[in-house]
Design a protein around this ligand. Structure first.
Ligand SMILES: Nc1ncnc2c1ncn2[C@@H]1O[C@H](COP(=O)(O)OP(=O)(O)OP(=O)(O)O)[C@@H](O)[C@H]1O
Length: 282
């Protein structure tokens, strides 16, 4: 399948710090790719490089099969949507007027405003001035702005960090729909449940390098321990090995009518994150 992003041996140094040492990965057309890592691991730096906001120190980076150049490529930027901390919204304008500006910038019909406001659950707030919005509402307007031109490639840096569970669910549905319609998504998040729900593949970044990259399912299998947890009717929980002895134990529990349920000890993405990075999730 065609790669939308190709990154080979990417390195980024700031004056006193190397943020990215040797990062290589591809993002395939149509997938939702999760870029996960602890605070300070270089996720935002990577997004800034991929969106031409920052120059890399070494390595090769192709977006839409073209190498990134020092000068922003206008036609490429039109195919990209970006949501980062820096909202880029005009505080004194209403939500509607902010989005109208972006419609004009991208040559998009203003009919699209209603559609994106519905997608981010703000259809009743379009006349509110941006400076009066809560953090979560502002994040949703920023997302509406990022998707107003139906980008081919969408970069999302912590898209639901300020949202309550209801709005998070709504945004997830919107992102799934956008992805179904053909938008490739590059997502950073601290929320491992979000990564499990949305991402086709995830990469774990730590110490400036990718420590693991695969589908959530393959990662769970790879990092699974060899045990099986058996829950008995008298509420006892017993761990057995996946071998002949374990099979015999389970057989006996079943034969005696003691067995309630059996679970494979698969780790969550959160468990894998902790294992790979040594950091505890907040
Ligand atoms: N302009 C800069 N000058 C110097 N160092 C920087 C600069 N931008 C980022 N860094 C450093 O690069 C490293 C990676 O930062 P980055 O913001 O990419 O991390 P992150 O993974 O996005 O973190 P978070 O999850 O907290 O947003 C950090 O150590 C940070 O201090």
């Amino acid at each position: 399948m065609e790669n939308i992003i190709e990154v080979k041996q990417l390195m980024k140094s700031f004056s006193n710090k190397t943020a990215l040492r040797n990062v290589s990965f591809n993002v395939k057309k149509g997938e939702t790719f999760g870029f996960l890592g602890p605070s300070g691991s270089g996720k935002t730096t990577t997004i800034k490089i991929l969106t031409s906001q920052l120059l890399h120190t070494a390595g090769n980076v192709n977006v839409f099969s073209k190498p990134l150049s020092k000068k922003k490529n206008a036609s490429m930027m039109k195919r990209i949507g970006i949501l980062t901390d820096n909202s880029g919204l005009y505080d004194r304008l209403s939500i509607y007027d902010n989005l109208l500006l972006f419609c004009k910038l991208y040559g998009v019909s203003k009919k699209r405003i209603g559609q994106v406001l519905e997608q981010v659950n703000l259809e009743n707030d379009q006349n509110t001035v941006v400076k009066e919005l809560s953090k979560g509402m502002k994040q949703r307007v920023t997302l509406a702005r990022a998707i107003i031109h139906k980008p081919d490639l969408l970069f999302l840096d912590e898209p639901t960090s300020a949202l309550d569970p209801v709005n998070t669910k709504h945004i997830h549905e919107g992102l799934r729909q956008l992805n179904k319609e053909g938008t490739t998504i590059f997502l950073t998040t601290h929320d491992m449940t979000e990564a499990e729900e949305l991402c086709d593949r995830v990469a774990f970044l730590h110490n400036g390098e990718i420590q693991a990259l695969d589908t959530p399912q393959n990662l769970r299998l790879h990092y699974a321990d060899s045990g099986i947890t058996v829950l008995l009717k008298d509420k006892r929980t017993i761990s057995v090995e996946k071998d002949e002895t374990g099979a015999e134990q389970i057989y006996q529990f079943m034969k005696n009518g003691e067995l309630l349920s059996i679970h494979s000890n698969e780790p969550t993405l959160g468990d894998i994150f902790v294992k790979l990075t040594g950091r505890v999730l907040s």
